[in-house]
Ligand binder design. Structure first.
Ligand code: HEM
Length: 504
């Protein structure tokens, strides 16, 4: 204690008082309430931000290994409850009618969808129920998805033509190719063939990307409400307003053009209709139990773009990346596809029922590289896994961690499509451990639309082309790192070299 003797006693007292105050503050701000789930050690003011990384789904998985399947994580003063087990995720889906039905209210979503008039972000209630019914029964039903087969066929044929004309041995950027494919298919289905051209592609692509980035990226005001003004400085608020105005202007024009068409008055919901036609028709019929305003219609249309482009493009890229990384699996699935297609010049959608191994490849890719997290909001105080969760609080389900849980999956990090052979794991969200499209009331209504597109596009690439890594790139060099967004995307775009399969 000699060093204390060197200090002036008068100066020491304030120092000790400050240290005691800081220690008190630390204890108060890091205290866990009784009944609350475990929580890692947190710092005053910032909470658990120091535990996070560029890839929060991975950081949260690591924390869950230490703190358990339900933990409390604070970003600044805002609490988040993180669920990392399939059992608790299922418990949430069962409680959706009562306590955990909504999605968090994000600042960006409030600007993009004022008054929560869309499906993704609207609270669980009258509007959501009716909007959901419209999406499931009218826009994204199996019948409707099948009616868009000609769009998938046209766009995949165009993609194959580009590959055919590719210079020998030169790599193709599959990442951007799949974004273009997913964007064009959804644009034609939602807005109509007229809007399938390149001039629309840039505008819609940018608006959809901005909207997806805004609702999945960080926004300071969501975590530190007192610092909302900072989002104005960073341009986040302006970007949200610009994107919202961009969508409004563009979709107003699309709707006006649809309404001005001769025959718009014909009261039929036939197969040739795009989503705008269908929604305008439902608006006129007024039979859906919901006043479908123009604003509602525009918001539902934006959802279709936000929900579909990145998700479908990302999974197509991951399937091809995993196959490039595992050449024996690539060979096996190509043999199956080519055997089923036989001498035909075209793949039929019925062929997929006979491609059992190919279905397993898609399922395994969605297990490893599906969406990162699903968000829910409690409507009132509730309990989960025996712990208390306050009302009006966000619960994140770390789907990425669940699909890699070693308690559920043997060798979870290995790409092994065989694990799905002779199993009943499906996409309906009723499985105990496999739900890449979510589960319960808010399960993805677009799964059929996405799977039809992914199945058809990838089967064509594997049937008519052989694929190898670019010159000089070794198997172990293939970058499989992911980034965090609504879905986990490949950090660096996949580049592969196609060559026409010799039997073609
Ligand atoms: C491989 C592609 C896709 C994947 C992996 C995927 C996955 C998901 C997931 C995990 C959810 C959240 C479910 C939950 O919270 O329980 C979701 C919601 C949603 N998805 Fe998809 N999705 C895909 C494609 C699509 C497509 C093509 C569309 C539309 C054309 C779409 C539209 C939506 C909508 C509107 C919601 C919100 C539903 C609601 O809150 O009621 N998705 N999706």
């Amino acid at each position: 204690m000699d060093f204390l003797a060197n200090y002036d006693q008068g100066a020491l007292l304030p120092l000790l008082v400050s240290c005691a105050a800081l220690a008190f503050l630390f204890v108060i701000s890091t205290r866990v309430k009784p009944g609350s789930p475990p929580s890692p050690l947190r710092l005053p003011i910032i909470g658990h931000i120091h535990h996070m990384s560029k890839r929060p789904h991975r950081a949260l998985q690591k924390l869950a290994q230490k703190y358990g399947p339900l933990m409390l994580v604070k970003v600044g003063p805002v609490p988040f409850y993180i669920v990392s087990s399939a059992k608790l995720a299922r418990e949430i889906s069962k409680s959706e009618d009562t306590s955990i039905p909504a999605r968090p209210r994000l600042k960006a979503a409030n600007v993009l969808f004022p008054g929560h008039r869309d499906l993704i972000f609207s609270p669980y209630g009258h509007f959501w129920r009716h909007a959901r019914k419209i999406c499931v029964n009218e826009l994204l039903s199996l019948k409707r998805v099948l009616s868009f087969h000609h769009i998938r066929e046209q766009e995949v044929a165009k993609m194959a033509e580009v590959l055919r004309c590719n210079k020998p041995s030169s790599p193709v950027n599959l990442g951007s190719m799949f974004v273009k494919l997913a964007d064009t298919i959804v644009r034609k289905a939602v807005l109509g063939e007229k809007y399938g051209g390149d001039e629309c592609s840039k505008l819609v692509g940018e608006l959809a990307r901005n909207a997806a980035d805004l609702v999945s990226g960080p926004c300071l005001g969501d975590y530190f409400p007192m610092l909302s003004w900072f989002d104005t400085l960073t341009g986040h608020t302006a970007k949200a307003k610009r994107t919202s105005q961009g969508w409004n202007k563009f979709l107003d024009q699309v709707i006006d053009e649809h309404q001005a068409r001769p025959g718009h008055a014909v009261a039929r919901l036939d197969d040739a209709k795009d989503f705008v036609d269908i929604l305008l028709q439902l608006q006129k019929e007024d039979t859906v139990g919901l006043e479908l305003t123009r604003e509602n219609i525009k918001s539902i249309l934006v959802d279709m773009f936000v929900g579909s482009i990145d998700t479908s493009a990302a999974i197509m890229e991951w399937i091809m990346a995993e196959l490039a990384k595992h050449p024996t699996i690539m060979k096996k699935v190509q043999e199956e596809i080519r055997r089923v297609v036989g001498d035909k010049k075209k793949i039929d959608e019925q062929d997929f029922q006979h491609m059992e191994y190919y279905q397993c490849v898609i399922k395994e890719s969605l297990r490893l590289h599906g969406p990162s997290t699903m968000a829910r909001q409690t409507s009132s105080a509730t309990t989960l896994g025996g712990f208390d969760i306050p009302g009006d609080t966000t619960v994140f389900i770390n789907l990425w961690a669940i699909q890699r849980d070693p308690m559920l999956w043997e060798k979870p990090l290995e790409f092994k499509p065989e694990r799905f052979l002779n199993t009943s794991h499906g996409f309906k969200g009723q499985d105990d451990k496999y739900f890449p499209f979510g589960m319960g009331k808010r399960i993805c209504p677009g799964s059929q639309f996405a799977l039809s597109e992914v199945e058809y596009a990838i089967a064509n690439l594997l049937c008519w082309f052989d694929w190898k890594l670019p010159e000089g790139v070794k198997l172990e060099d293939l970058d499989m790192r992911d980034t965090f967004a609504l879905v986990t995307r490949k950090e660096s775009p996949l580049q592969l070299v196609p060559s026409l399969h010799k039997a073609v």
